[in-house]
Every structure is written in structure tokens, then in C-alpha cells.
Design a protein around this ligand. Structure first.
Ligand code: IMP
Ligand code: MG
Length: 179
């Protein structure tokens, strides 16, 4: 893709770099207080959460470990395929950890509903879900995060880890994608 096409599809900034930074800092502070003296594992869902997780973990001031899982629900473009597959699983035992799932966005809710069910069966000490974005109007299954930093209406967003066809993850802000 050439630079001009790339830029032409960024419709408008929805959440600025500064707004994200402030919200992520606040979450990091809350986690640092809530999980003090508790074994903490941050579990990022790849690939979308990699930017959020890397910023969030640097706002956490207590010891924590980091792991990743990969799930795929969008195969291309902007519509969900409707089935979730775990393409990369954590290999360690999580039963001695307070696990925080770090996700980029909850849309239909299918991905996280499946992942949470899978992880609960592995008996972590506690399990919470923190998502950067939430699109509640798109929900197809009954699922809510413990905390969403931003709630947005039903439009496709890119940037800060979120892609469209694998492009745009590197934008430092969240933007609306122009179809
Ligand atoms: P869900 O299973 O429908 O909740 O899908 C969640 C996944 O779909 C997220 O982790 C994203 O990878 C992807 N997704 C959902 N909405 C968007 C969006 O607006 N932009 C980019 N990716 C999205
Ligand atoms: Mg994702």
C-alpha cells in the first residue's frame, strides 16, 4: 500500500494519543494498588493488544509477569467470521496467578467469552478482563469486561494495535477507518 492510500483511509482521530496515555496511566495506578503483594500475570491477546499491553505494563509499579495468547476471529477486512480459534496458547500453569486479560477491543464478545471460559477451567487465583475499547452495541453473546477504558459506537477503528487487513497497527492514536 502506498502512503497516500494509507493516509486517505484514516477518516478522523477518535481517541488522541494524550487521551489514551492518561487513561492507561490511571489503569496502571489502579492495578498497582489492587494487586500489591499478589502474584500478577498480564495476559495479552495477540495481536491487537500488543501496544496497549506494552504501555500499560510500564504504568504498573508492582512486580508482574507477561504472557500472550493469540486468537483469531477477523480473518480479513472489517467483518467477523464468527468463529474463534486459539492459534497460540500459554504453556505455563496459571493456577498460582491473579490473571489480567489485556484486550484491544470487545466487539461481538465471542473471542473473550471463549478465552475466559478456557482460562477459568485452569483455575487462576483470580481472573479479570481489561479492554482498551468496547463496542457494546455490537454484542452477539453475553459478555462484559471488568473495565473498558473507552466505549465507542459501532464503527470500525484502527491504530494503537488495531488493524484493518494487518495495516494501521502502528498509528499512535485510535482513528475511524474510512471504508
Ligand atoms: P469479538 O470476538 O467480535 O469481540 O472480536 C474481537 C476482535 O475483533 C478484537 O480483538 C479485534 O481484533 C477485532 N475487532 C473488532 N472490532 C474491531 C475494530 O473496530 N477494529 C479493528 N479490529 C476490530
Ligand atoms: Mg484482538
Amino acid at each position: 500500500m502506498d502512503k497516500q492510500t494509507f493516509e486517505s483511509k484514516i477518516k478522523r482521530v477518535v481517541i488522541s494519543e494524550q487521551e489514551i496515555k492518561t487513561a492507561v496511566r490511571g489503569l496502571g495506578e489502579r492495578i498497582s494498588r489492587e494487586y500489591e503483594n499478589k502474584p500478577l500475570l498480564l495476559l495479552g491477546i495477540l495481536k491487537g493488544s500488543f501496544v496497549f499491553l506494552s504501555d500499560l505494563c510500564r504504568e504498573i509499579t508492582i512486580p508482574c509477569e507477561v504472557e500472550f495468547m493469540a486468537a483469531k476471529s477477523y480473518y480479513s477486512g472489517t467483518e467477523s467470521s464468527g468463529n474463534v480459534t486459539i492459534t497460540y496458547d500459554i504453556k505455563r500453569d496459571i493456577s498460582k496467578y491473579n490473571v489480567i486479560i489485556v484486550e484491544d477491543i470487545i466487539d461481538t464478545g465471542r473471542t473473550l467469552k471463549d478465552i475466559v471460559k478456557l482460562l477459568k477451567d485452569r483455575n487462576p487465583i483470580s481472573l479479570k478482563v481489561f479492554t482498551l475499547l468496547d463496542k457494546p452495541s455490537r454484542r452477539l453473546v453475553d459478555f462484559e469486561a471488568d473495565e473498558a477504558l473507552f466505549t465507542i459506537p459501532d464503527f470500525f477503528v484502527i491504530g494503537y494495535g488495531l488493524d484493518c487487513g494487518e495495516i494501521y497497527r502502528n498509528l499512535p492514536y485510535i482513528a475511524e477507518f474510512s471504508e
